[in-house]
Write a protein that binds this ligand. Structure first.
Ligand code: ZN
Length: 104
């Protein structure tokens, strides 16, 4: 996965997470005020429950995106490394350039 895409996914993830947190806070705030203050009855927006669910969905989305990125990173082919000395080994070479260990 190109770095650019990963970066934009990360940005989207953070945005989703912040948005989710924000929505949950709003939901809690609305719920709180609704139960405490009568004047808040003018509020005709979405039910705090719905706002809360939306926030949860946003956060779940962010977490899912995170696992997608993790998965992509995991999927990346392991670097060819000499099992003996740990030096990077060119793909296709049979012996380590550093210590001469045979690469299988
Ligand atoms: Zn080696």
């Amino acid at each position: 996965m190109p770095k650019k895409i990963r970066k934009s996914i990360l940005a989207g993830q953070i945005t989703l997470f912040v948005l989710g947190m924000f929505l949950i806070l709003i939901a809690i705030d609305i719920g709180h005020r609704k139960s405490q203050l009568r004047w808040y009855e003018w509020y005709t927006g979405p039910e705090p429950f719905l706002v809360f669910i939306l926030g949860i969905v946003c956060i779940i989305g962010a977490i899912l995106l995170f696992s997608v990125v993790r998965y992509e990173v995991k999927e990346k082919k392991p670097e060819h490394v000499c099992p003996n000395c740990g030096q990077k080994v060119l793909e296709g070479s049979k012996f380590c350039n550093n210590c001469g260990h045979e690469i299988k």
